[in-house]
Write a protein that binds this ligand. Structure first.
Ligand SMILES: NC(=O)c1ccc[n+]([C@@H]2O[C@H](COP(=O)([O-])OP(=O)(O)OC[C@H]3O[C@@H](n4cnc5c(N)ncnc54)[C@H](OP(=O)(O)O)[C@@H]3O)[C@@H](O)[C@H]2O)c1
Length: 301
């Protein structure tokens, strides 16, 4: 495949929610590479045909027989299937020198793809986007951050392709992919867990919202606004920021019947101590006292 040839063919194995959306976006937003969809391979022909009609291009297939060559192979099966599917693709002998094989998993690197030898190029591109509704994603994808890693030749072309559909591409090292994914879970999934835990604590305190409204909603929304409007550090308020060790001690005591809640409170409190140190409102001595209280609570002393 030469960059002088601006027409690229793309086949997708696993055109579900993410796959069919990306294929449609690639064909709708042409860039220096003119993408045409070759084959759409799903587990069932019915599903592949449905994806083809959504995309408006491509030939549906339900197995790896009669695969046609393509410049780019997008593997968008569930994560657990990617390695086996890429092995089957390699063994099918359809891959040519210089073809690109990629997946879009957030937790796996391109190393999971069947080794290329001197043959094809491997990459992974993780769009930080929820493809729950493909129709909506066609409108909402633009502005999505995309983590790109893999062989330089492949990442250069894929960065161009994903940028053309509105992706904000950034480079990631293969051996840091899992840590990167843990960070996304911390920001997204664990945030939900934390908000849910705060509701349980509120209920344990006897506060029962009769209307079903979340009493913390304005506080949470305001805090998030402050976080994104600041450098992150200045958004911290509350007893640790002020150095109020007696308040922290009382909180820890109030949680003694819930060691699991106490553990979360203490671990996150230690992160807050580090932020408060950077802020400089509380003295070193106050923060040391708080740090000791949190450490003892974490170890249930
Ligand atoms: N969804 C998201 O929000 C999102 C976001 C970022 C990254 N991703 C990544 O995108 C990938 C796909 O996720 P998804 O949510 O789009 O999955 P999905 O909606 O469940 O779609 C998976 C597709 O893979 C097909 N498939 C499964 N096993 C196959 C096999 N052995 N051979 C061929 N096709 C096979 C399925 O075919 P049938 O329809 O015939 O069953 C289905 O069309 C994953 O790696 C995921 O981590 C997803």
């Amino acid at each position: 495949m030469s960059e002088a040839n601006r027409s690229l063919t793309l086949s997708c194995i696993g055109a579900g929610r993410a796959g069919k959306t990306l294929c449609k976006l690639f064909t709708d937003h042409q860039c220096q590479f003119d993408i045409s969809i070759q084959q759409i391979i799903n587990r069932t022909l019915a599903s592949a045909s449905e994806a083809v009609s959504f995309i408006g291009q491509g030939l549906p297939a339900e197995n790896f027989e009669n695969l046609k060559p393509a410049d780019i192979w997008l593997i968008l099966t569930p994560d657990d299937e990617i390695a086996a599917v890429s092995q089957r693709l390699s063994l099918s002998a359809v891959l040519r020198q210089g073809d690109i094989v990629l997946h879009c998993s957030g937790s796996l690197s391109s190393q999971i793809l069947y080794p290329s030898g001197d043959n094809h190029y491997r990459a992974s591109v993780h769009p930080i986007h929820s493809f729950a509704n493909p129709e909506n994603s066609l409108d909402d994808f633009s502005g999505t951050a995309c983590a790109v890693e893999g062989d330089p030749y492949a990442t250069a072309i894929l960065t161009e392709l994903f940028s053309a559909i509105g992706g904000q591409c950034f480079a990631l090292k293969a051996d840091k992919k899992t840590l990167y994914h843990a960070a996304t879970v911390m920001a997204c999934n664990n945030l939900i867990s934390l908000l849910s835990l705060s509701q349980q604590m509120l209920e344990a305190a006897g506060v029962d919202s009769a209307t079903g409204d979340n009493l913390f909603q304005p506080l949470i929304e305001n805090t998030l606004k402050n976080y994104f409007r600041s450098d992150g550090v200045e958004a911290l308020t509350g007893p640790i920021s002020r150095g109020d060790s007696k308040t922290v001690e009382a909180h820890i005591d109030s949680l003694k019947e819930h060691p699991d809640w106490q553990g979360v409170y203490s671990s996150l409190g230690e992160v807050a101590v580090s932020l408060a140190t950077q802020q400089g409102y509380a003295s070193k001595e106050q923060l040391k006292t708080i740090s000791n209280l949190l450490d003892r609570a974490k170890h249930h002393e």
